[in-house]
Design a protein around this ligand. Structure first.
Ligand SMILES: NC(=O)c1ccc[n+]([C@@H]2O[C@H](COP(=O)([O-])OP(=O)(O)OC[C@H]3O[C@@H](n4cnc5c(N)ncnc54)[C@H](OP(=O)(O)O)[C@@H]3O)[C@@H](O)[C@H]2O)c1
Length: 436
């Protein structure tokens, strides 16, 4: 059921800063959020705040209160219902709103840039999903945030729901990253994977737009600029190079997407749009281009709107981060995570009162026992006694008897193993997993 976002309550909290006023009564701290944009990402963020609000209060002691929503057309029907009084198309009204944190999910450079500078100049926290803005002015905004005591967060700007910024900035902060490459544009990956299976370019693009992966104007997805902005942001995180100064050699899917599919197949592989940045002896170089990869490589197996980021390091080996790279849900989740961090909540382990249980799902198991001659009969007899079906006999080894079970729960399997152990048959069991 669609619910209404509550109207702003009177402010009871200090305007900025994570701390509670000394002597204040316990209770969730209210954080006032101004949201620019109520489209795919902004609308989904409102839905998340509504649905996850109680859980956020319990886990982080925070209550996010949306005080203003900036849109282009307040009369437009929305997927999530917003209290009409919150919507405004007037940028000055939006900028004048008294708030703690601002989320920018409108895209573009001009209005988004004004919102960003205005927010950071006042020492507030800005959370942005806007890769174009970050690639063009991220370093400048970062300086402004530091000078004025605000915060700048943009996990959602690269790879949607995959927390790659945090990994580079925090987990790998002191690691010798050598290169980063991967699939950073979910729209083009979606299109390529659909075309591989016979869809036309136009039909695949239309589906990507209908499902909310593609930007309203997909030009920047298709010509590689979106991925170029993202790899520039990652190069900034990993190597400190100014994103606006990094020339990214760029080729996209257009103008001949059909030929990319056919040529990659003729070369024995599949086509992917790959972004990369490398820290070499002469400096940092970056590119976005179509590549042929083998179908069973990590890049070749990255499906539909997924993203994959591969980080090569000297001391920590190779890291692979994969997950949903686009779409309202994953992107809004990343924004929400930034909101919680920017609100100053200490990272919390979410110990909940969820009941613990025993997993009774059925799996297939490869079971073997030591023994020869009579072993096969003994295995079958023990299985029958345990209520387990042996689906297939596997090739016996020189001194072992092997079989595959039918669908069997873990508790049943464990009882079976115990009975084999008690009979001195030295059982070994492996769960049979299909897929990843
Ligand atoms: N969609 C994704 O999967 C995804 C993933 C990662 C990052 N992002 C980034 O997130 C941002 C938002 O993307 P989106 O897909 O949510 O876009 P969207 O669906 O087109 O929504 C944009 C929203 O911003 C409002 N808006 C746009 N320009 C405005 C202006 N000049 N003044 C006031 N309001 C304005 C629109 O108002 P109306 O509704 O009235 O038109 C709309 O509510 C972009 O920077 C995008 O690159 C998106």
């Amino acid at each position: 059921m669609i619910q209404t976002i509550p109207a702003p309550a009177p402010r009871t909290e200090p305007r900025t800063g994570p701390g509670r006023e000394p002597g204040r009564e316990a209770g969730p701290r209210t954080v006032r959020v101004a949201l620019a944009g109520c489209g795919t990402v902004g609308g989904e963020l409102l839905r998340l705040l509504r649905d996850r609000g109680p859980a956020i209060e319990r886990a982080h002691d925070l209550r996010f209160h949306v005080v203003r929503v900036l849109v282009r057309n307040p009369a437009r029907p929305r997927a999530v219902e917003v209290t009409p009084g919150l919507l405004t198309a007037d940028l000055d009204v939006f900028l004048a709103e008294d708030c703690d944190l601002v989320v920018e999910a409108i895209g573009g450079l001009e209005t988004a840039g004004r919102i960003a500078r205005h927010t950071l100049a006042r020492g507030r926290g800005l959370i942005s999903a806007n890769k174009a803005l970050l690639a063009a002015t991220g370093a400048e905004l970062d300086v402004l945030a530091r000078e004025r005591g605000g915060t700048l967060s943009y996990e959602a700007a690269v790879a949607g729901g995959v927390p790659v910024i945090r990994v580079l900035r925090e987990a790998l902060a002191q690691t010798d990253v050598r290169s980063i490459h991967g699939i950073l544009n979910g729209t083009t990956n979606f299109i390529l994977t659909r075309m591989e299976r016979g869809a036309s370019f136009a039909a695949a693009l239309e589906e990507a737009q209908a499902r909310g992966f593609a930007e309203a104007d997909p030009t920047l997805d298709l010509n590689g600029q979106d991925a170029a902005d993202k790899i520039a942001i990652l190069a900034w995180q990993a190597f400190g190079v100014l994103p606006a100064r990094l020339p990214v050699a760029r080729r996209g899917l257009v103008p001949h997407p059909d030929r990319l599919i056919a040529d990659a197949a003729a070369a024995g592989g599949t086509a992917r749009l790959v972004a990369e940045c490398v820290n070499g002896p002469e400096g940092v170089a970056a590119a976005v281009e179509p590549v042929v990869v083998s179908r069973d490589s990590a890049l070749g197996r990255t499906p539909a709107e997924e993203n994959l980021v591969i980080v090569e390091t000297g001391s920590s080996g190779t890291l692979r981060l994969a997950g949903p790279g686009a779409g309202g849900g994953p992107t809004a989740s990343a924004v929400l995570s930034d909101l919680i961090t920017a609100a100053g909540a200490a990272p919390a382990t979410r110990t909940r009162s969820a009941p613990a249980t025993v997993d009774r799902r059925a799996h297939r198991w490869a079971v073997s026992i030591a023994g020869n001659g009579t072993g096969k009969g003994r295995l079958a007899a023990a299985a029958a006694a345990a209520g387990i079906t042996l689906a297939d006999a596997l090739d016996p080894g020189p001194a072992t008897v092997r079989a595959l079970t039918g669908p069997t729960s873990r508790p049943l399997l464990h009882g079976f193993i115990r009975s084999l152990e008690q009979a001195g048959l030295e059982p070994v069991a492996l769960r049979v997993v299909s897929g990843d």
